[in-house]
Design a protein. Structure first.
Length: 496
């Protein structure tokens, strides 16, 4: 494919040059020197084509690999094979390579005039089956079987149907050098055909290859173990292809004892009783996946508590991590979770805190902490307030009563109501104007009474008696934050 690309570029440039100074075939109905080639048939090793010409005294043809570039009329007439003139002449070029692109050039002469025509065509491939191999990750095998100069890359999946081993040989290094590799030799190294094979997890016999070609390059100097690897493998009449754009495990080895974790992704299951928690390291070299049974499926956020890895065939309950669907991938090695805990809490800033202490089936200790915001885990709830009544039962005490889909009432203790923030507090906590926590009542027509443990009200005068009251109420029994706004006139609200 690469050769064809370069050949096509060369031909396009050459065609542009040759179109100047060469006599072209005349239009239909006109007379004059002309020549034309039409491809009739191709197979693995031959191409059949028809040459037709008019007003020619000599016609010759030439078939060359397209990668060699263009042929001008003089070269064809000098070294090409003779054709009949001024008649249809069928030619079959034999002994060609399969799956190869060829240039057919035919030229005609009459005195000082010459004409030329071209066709580009490929012989058929002897590989009747094209198979694209797909793998989730790749790692370098490190054991006594392989020398320092061996780069044994192992391609596999989470639940593999087949696995591929390719053994590159290169100078001893932590990294696989960039370049072109082949079982037939290459610029930088070779691929060992005897130790490279495709194996099947169902017990079928492994496949060894007649020929392997690979192109290797790294992308960013800051991520030397992120590779672009293109591989073509040939076995019998099957052509396998493989594309890898990923980190290669064990090259170099990633230290999981000092992982820098990014924020998790939370995916809830359809029944709302489970959630899959996915952590990646910031360099995306390590992945941790835990499928949890939620402690409270009714809540729209991940409930705090301890979650424990459990195995078995079922019977999972709230607080369990399903070992059958949870795993850890690092350095190109996949391991199901085996034991341990994941503690989840929520701090005063409503950020999640994860403390993970788990062991996988390979015996690796997975320990990390994460604290921060989680997308889609939102504690905010909005409520609407429609009507308001404000009374002053006694000096320094103001009773607010709101109506609508949500009912809210409370007492404010203050010398005067002015712009500012009023916190919900117990009387013994107050050091100035405040909302009496014991007097606060909050309820919904659909959810009933909602206990509030704290929060605040902000008053902003917009225009004379026209004010904005905004509320932030912290729920007592969960982590929800209820936010509401009332904007309107309050006739007996006075400012000083």
């Amino acid at each position: 494919m690469r050769k064809l690309f370069y050949a096509m570029c060369t031909l396009l440039v050459g065609g542009a040059i040759l179109s100047v100074g060469c006599e072209q075939s005349p239009e239909e109905g006109q007379t004059g020197l002309s020549v034309k080639v039409e491809v009739e048939q191709t197979d693995l090793s031959s191409i059949s084509f028809t040459i037709s010409s008019t007003d020619a005294t000599e016609v010759r043809w030439l078939v060359t690999e397209a990668s060699e570039g263009m042929c001008d009329a003089e070269k064809v007439l000098e070294s090409g094979q003779l054709s009949q003139v001024n008649a249809d002449y069928v030619v079959k070029a034999n002994n060609l390579e399969s799956d190869t692109t060829y240039l057919i050039a035919v030229a005609a002469r009459n005195g000082e005039s010459v004409a030329i025509d071209y066709e580009i065509v490929s012989t058929k491939s002897k590989y009747h089956n094209e198979v694209a191999l797909d793998f989730s990750f790749v790692r370098r095998l490190l054991d006594e079987e392989y020398a320092d100069s061996d780069f044994a890359l192992f391609f596999t999946d989470v639940e593999p149907e087949y696995e591929l081993t390719l053994v590159f040989t290169a100078e001893g290094s932590e990294m696989l050098p960039e370049g072109e590799y082949s079982t037939e030799g290459g610029v930088n190294a070779n691929i060992d055909a005897k130790r490279s094979f495709l194996s099947f997890t169902n017990g079928d016999e492994p496949i060894y290859f007649d020929k392997i070609e690979a192109w290797v390059r790294t992308s960013d100097p800051g991520y030397e173990d992120y590779y672009h690897i293109d591989v073509e493998l040939y076995a019998g009449d099957v052509h396998y292809t493989l594309l890898i754009r990923d980190f290669v495990g064990n090259m170099p080895f990633c230290d999981i004892s000092n992982m820098v974790i990014g924020f998790p992704v939370i995916r809830e299951s359809e029944d709302g009783k489970r959630a899959t928690i996915i952590f990646h390291t910031e360099d995306e070299k390590v992945t941790f996946v835990a499928e949890t049974y939620l402690r409270n499926p009714e809540k729209e956020y991940l409930m705090p508590g301890q979650y424990t890895v459990k195995g078995g065939d079922g019977g999972f309950v709230a607080g369990d991590i399903d070992a059958n669907n949870s795993w850890f991938i690092a350095n190109g090695y996949f391991g199901m979770l085996a034991s341990g805990t994941m503690n989840i809490s929520i701090n005063n800033d409503c950020d999640y805190v994860f403390v993970v202490d788990i062991v996988d089936e390979l015996g690796r200790e997975i320990k990390f902490e994460y604290s921060g915001y989680i997308p889609m885990m939102n504690f905010d709830r909005r409520f609407a307030l429609q009507g308001i009544t404000l009374t002053e039962p006694e000096s320094g005490r103001y009773l607010f009563e709101f109506s609508g889909p949500y009912s809210l009432s409370f007492e404010v203790y203050a010398d005067n109501l002015v712009d500012g923030v009023y916190y919900i507090l117990d009387a013994d906590e107050a050091q100035g104007a405040y909302i009496d926590k014991s007097s606060l009542s909050f309820s919904s027509a659909t959810e009933g009474d909602i206990a509030i443990k704290g929060g605040k009200m902000s008053i902003v005068e917009l225009d004379d008696d026209y004010v904005e009251l905004s509320f932030e109420l912290l729920a007592e029994e969960d982590y929800l934050i209820w936010r509401g706004v009332y904007i309107g006139e309050i006739g007996n609200l006075k400012y000083e």
